[in-house]
Design a protein around this ligand. Structure first.
Ligand code: SAH
Length: 395
């Protein structure tokens, strides 16, 4: 195994079990490892620190896997990690209630660059690191052994693979091609999911708990679901007796799927309106038309892909929230989210305070949202925390 020497003074994060070593922290590589090869990280004095995947194309040159020198990273080691992650999700799966969740969440499940989502009997897989690409056959085999899925579909078409010098990979890996629309259930609500063409890996199961919490406030309310995608919040609102729901999204495919999801659950189309539009434009239009709502959901895509983009993103979040506050009834509710990992809860609250000030409103935070149990945050890897939200009462 090839040795990689860490620069003196860079030991702390490794000792704290943080799984990333940036290329700038590496003193020397003794030899020429292949990208994705497992190497041994040593400190400047030559003492063992950890084993990890090497990749000289990535800013994260090493992704650490194991801190115990005596442990061998062999096939059984990988199988045990996959089995451990899958077993940890069993409690949230219940036939007829929820059959959909994230089974493996990359570094947070000690499997850097591997994401696996379960959609009823089908699995969707994403591999984002060259090291994990080498392990793919073992992962697929173990998933088949554990779950016997109808299909495993490769959605490794994310642009982030470029950072590791890898081409996209897409298509069926095991079993039969999944149907164009797979029927799943989450908290008793049915959805059609397009595994091959849907955004991300097909569905945003990270909002499962939050959709249910928000729904509890929707009875008899006129609800506006912004960035609705295929209707997660919309359907939950109807299931809890919302008076009307308006869903806004810029994607035609998302709106079409949302409509079929309404029918699938038997919710009346008369109380529903879908608008294919840019949310910022549409919020301005509602203001011009003097149209107001009792409860507004804002679940935008990631505005800050990195820390350097935070200032710009902060302005975008502020403006979006300000516009929503302007069309809320007095005492109405705003459920607002940020899935930008670079934005922490304290900053997000500050942005809402600024938005309220600009809108001439007062805001109470009445609930804080986070990501669910199938998207764990490892204490040694705070970067795994990305989803946060606030339920605000706006006066
Ligand atoms: N709330 C959804 C997930 C939202 S994902 C759920 O519960 O499943 C973000 C959505 O925002 C995507 O559907 C995307 O099509 C949409 N989107 C992105 N930018 C947009 C914009 N400027 N205006 C309207 N929709 C947008």
């Amino acid at each position: 195994m090839i040795d990689v020497i860490l620069k003196k003074g860079k030991e702390k994060a490794v000792l704290h079990k943080h799984p990333w070593v940036f290329s700038g922290a590496i003193e020397r590589v003794k030899g020429k490892p292949e990208n994705g090869e497992i190497v041994k990280l040593l400190d400047a004095k030559g003492a063992f620190m950890a084993y990890g995947f090497y990749n000289d194309k990535s800013r994260v040159a090493l992704r650490l896997l194991e801190w115990n020198e005596d442990v061998t990273i062999d096939e059984a080691w990988w199988r045990a990690r996959v089995a451990g992650a899958v077993a940890a999700r069993r409690f949230l799966l219940e036939p007829g209630v929820t059959d959909t969740c994230r089974l493996i969440f990359s570094e947070s499940d000690y499997l850097p660059g591997l994401i696996v989502d379960k959609y009823a009997d089908h699995l969707s897989l994403q591999i984002l690191t060259s090291g994990m690409e080498n392990i793919k056959p073992i992962i697929i085999d173990e998933l088949q052994k554990l779950l016997n899925p109808a299909s495993i579909f490769d959605r490794s078409d994310a642009s982030s693979r470029e950072h590791e010098g890898m081409a996209p990979s897409f298509g069926i890996l095991a079993g039969n091609q999944p149907p164009e629309l797979v029927a799943v259930v989450e908290n008793g609500i049915k959805y059609h999911i397009n595994i091959a063409e849907g955004q991300k890996s097909g569905f945003y199961c990270d909002q499962r708990d939050n959709r249910k919490i928000v729904a509890e406030y929707t009875k008899g309310k006129n609800v506006l679901d912004c960035f609705s995608y295929t209707g997660g919040f919309t359907l939950n609102a109807f299931s809890h007796g919302a008076k009307s729901v308006t869903s806004v999204d810029s994607s035609e495919l998302a709106i079409e799927t949302l409509k079929s999801n309404l029918a699938l659950n038997g919710f009346a189309a008369v109380e529903h309106r879908s608008i294919k539009s840019d949310v910022n434009k549409q919020l301005r239009k509602f203001k011009e038309d003097n149209e107001t709502f009792d409860l507004i959901i804002l679940d935008p895509p990631k505005y800050a892909p990195s820390r350097s983009a935070l200032d710009r993103a902060a302005r975008a979040y502020k403006d979006l929230n300000r516009l929503a506050m302007l069309i809320l009834e007095k005492g109405g509710l705003l459920a607002t989210y940020s899935c930008s990992g670079a934005m922490d809860m304290t900053t997000f609250k500050q942005i809402l305070a600024w938005a309220a000030l600009d809108a001439g409103k007062e805001v109470q935070f009445i609930h804080q949202f986070c990501q669910p149990a199938d998207h764990p945050v490892r204490a040694s890897f705070p970067e795994g925390e990305y989803l946060k939200g606030l339920l605000c009462r706006v006066f």
